[in-house]
Design a protein around this ligand. Structure first.
Ligand SMILES: Nc1ncnc2c1ncn2[C@@H]1O[C@H](COP(=O)(O)OP(=O)(O)OP(=O)(O)O)[C@@H](O)[C@H]1O
Ligand SMILES: [Mg+2]
Length: 326
């Protein structure tokens, strides 16, 4: 079917408990802009709204033309809206120290006399490490529960999927680990002269991690509270990217809110005397729009025109909002 069956405005009205909103899609398609627009819309409804970014490369300060790095910052001129670019580098440094301590503890526990450095190096050089740090930052903000609505600019999509997909298996694994560590510990206590109980930071960590992941999974798969929106352009690659994401998300039971199509050239601005370049692009977009209506049948929530200027500042966002929440 061609046309929007259920608009963005209708969708969010139908889900009054919606609390965690994410935007995914290929680079440069307008995720940050649409996260900003959505956060402003919620703030305008009188909801305390947090617009957050966990990416190492931030763009919220640029979007809002105001520095929001490192702390939850009230957005000037927009009541009920806070924005926050989380310092991922700092988190990574903190986790490195954390991991170092855990590995050292483990090596000591297992009576292995090797320096922890090599292990720490290999654990933290992993590219997934940065993504994990982003994920941890995100869920920490969610768990604190200080706002009514959270809009995240660019979800760590692959990591969310990986961690959530793993969390069931992980939980089984941790439970098994716990059991064997419990046995080892009681054996150790039995054999030691002092009968005092030892604390086990590694075990505490594993339990904490398992519980955090389980809770994250609970929130992120609750379709009353969570929605992932996918942004595309009427072009081949961005469409292919979100199709893949949507399939993954369906597999893991993460709720998909729908698709937003951005940067469609307005046909009423184009006629036979328009430059060939423009007419060709319109024809290309036309063909991909047919594909979009077909492939995302019933799930397109908004189609947003290509503006003759970049979107910057809250005023400019307000203009885009008219099309997103039409
Ligand atoms: N409908 C539109 N019309 C004109 N310009 C737009 C539109 N939507 C977004 N832009 C501009 O396109 C650029 C990319 O948008 P944005 O930064 O939101 O994309 P993104 O998906 O977040 O990119 P990244 O993957 O780099 O994070 C920005 O300069 C933005 O102002
Ligand atoms: Mg962005």
């Amino acid at each position: 079917m061609t046309g929007i069956e259920r608009s963005m405005a209708q969708y969010v009205k139908d889900r009054p408990q919606l609390k965690f909103i994410f935007f995914g899609g290929k680079g440069g398609v307008g995720k940050t802009v649409l996260a900003g627009v959505t956060a402003m819309w919620y703030a305008a409804q009188g909801r305390r709204t947090m617009l957050a970014s966990t990416n190492p490369v931030h763009s919220l300060s640029g979007l809002l033309t105001q520095n929001v790095f490192g702390a939850a910052t009230p957005v000037q001129g927009v009541p009920n809206l806070w924005a926050y670019e989380i310092d991922t580098k700092e988190t990574i440094e903190r986790s490195k120290v954390d991991i170092q301590q855990k590995i050292q503890y483990f090596l000591k526990f297992a009576e292995i006399s090797t320096k922890a450095d090599a292990f720490v190096e290999s654990a933290t050089m992993n590219p997934a490490f940065e993504e994990s740090a982003m994920f941890e930052n995100m869920i920490e903000l969610m768990f604190k529960n200080e706002y009514d609505v959270y809009v995240f600019d660019t979800a760590p999509t692959a990591n969310a999927r990986r961690l959530l997909g793993m969390s069931k298996v992980y939980s089984l694994w941790v439970n098994k680990m716990l059991k064997s560590r419990e046995e080892a510990r009681s054996l150790r206590e039995l054999l030691s002269f002092t009968k005092k109980k030892q604390t086990d930071p590694l075990m505490d960590y594993l339990v904490g991690f398992r519980d955090r992941m389980a809770h994250a999974r609970e929130l992120l798969t609750d379709e009353n509270q969570t929605s992932f929106f996918f942004v595309t352009l009427p072009e081949a690659l961005p469409i292919a990217v979100i199709k893949r994401f949507i399939n993954w998300f369906h597999d893991f039971g993460i709720p998909v809110g729908g698709v937003l199509v951005n940067m469609l050239i307005q046909k009423d601005q184009v006629n036979a005397s328009s430059p060939e370049f423009v007419r060709n692009r319109v024809a290309m977009q036309d063909a991909y729009m047919t594909q979009i209506w077909n492939d995302f049948d019933g799930n397109v929530r908004a189609v947003i025109p290509l503006f003759d200027n970049e979107v910057r500042g809250t005023e400019s966002l307000g203009m885009v909002a008219k099309h997103v929440f039409a």
